[in-house]
Design a protein. Structure first.
Length: 169
């Protein structure tokens, strides 16, 4: 029996996950700022708020929030919709998954993964894709334990703007 992706999913440890709404913004800003710090960025609560507000306002991402015991927000996951031209299908990019250190190993990441996968599959997605740092072995182990596999076909490359790049074509 399919379950509603908007419903709250509770794991055996008391961690629950649901799709976030704008009323969750204060909790999400705190978690998103901590996530960015974990990724080596400086704390910037106003910028985190502006970024998340814009994603909600423009419907540019889907955010899930995890609570421990239904009270304290302990984690988030953010999906960005995209498409595969070759596969002629919707895909999602899992750009952000974060659980506060005190709540790790309690099932929050597992619950977040289950919720975002259920959402993606309900939307007809062909896949969910993510990047994980090469030195983040605990993250790699988490994803692999839940059926995610490293890409064996493609290498990912990035191009960043430089001072030599013209600002206009």
């Amino acid at each position: 029996m399919p379950h509603s992706v908007a419903s709250r999913q509770r794991g055996p440890s008391g961690v629950s996950v649901r799709q976030a709404v704008l009323n969750d913004l204060d909790e999400l800003v705190r978690l998103f700022n901590l996530y960015r710090e974990f990724q080596g960025q400086r704390s910037d609560l106003p910028a985190a708020r502006a970024f998340l507000t814009a994603r909600f306002k423009h419907g540019e991402s889907v955010v899930f929030i995890a609570h421990d015991g239904g009270v304290v927000a302990v984690g988030l996951a953010q999906l960005y919709p995209s498409y595969s031209s070759v596969g002629l299908a919707r895909v999602f990019v899992l750009n952000d998954l974060f659980v506060v250190e005190t709540a790790r190993r309690k099932g929050a990441a597992t619950q977040l993964l289950r919720a975002l996968e259920a959402y993606a599959w309900a939307q007809g997605a062909a896949r969910v894709t993510l990047n994980v740092a090469r030195d983040n072995t605990s993250g790699q182990a988490l994803y692999q334990a839940h059926g995610w596999s490293p890409d064996a076909q493609f290498l990912m490359y990035h191009r960043y703007p430089t001072a030599a790049d013209p600002s206009e074509p």
